[in-house]
Design a protein around this ligand. Sequence first.
Ligand SMILES: [Zn+2]
Length: 141
Amino acid sequence: MVTTNYLTNLENLSDQMGVRVRTAPAPGDWWGVYDRRRKLITLRPKLARWQYDSTFAHELGHAYFGHHGHHPKTELLANRWAACRLITFERLLEHAATTFDKKALAASLGVMPWVIDAFEETLTYSQKLVVSERLSECHVA
Ligand SMILES: [Zn+2]
């Protein structure tokens, strides 16, 4: 149910940004691609929900920044932008209390593991500490 809300948000966001989304084969083995000229996101068919949402948000990040082509720097920016649309610090803490590592945390939040990494990059040192304490507390228990 939560995922539906987030998906709706992503679709609303892309509407507001004037970006169209379609499901069709993407180049090579890519899961998604953003075409700046056509303001069009293409998402590979048959992605699982967490793959779809994470990829959709990532490509929307490229659209937001007006990225063209692929560069490590723009990938990082798109990842961080996506992570901040997919999760919040409160939700991260809430889910960290019931999981024991990042992979399980990502699954619990319905996102790809890279979303957690990208989100952590946006946190302050003390916020990161709180998250790792939550994770290890659960692990010890
Ligand atoms: Zn990208």
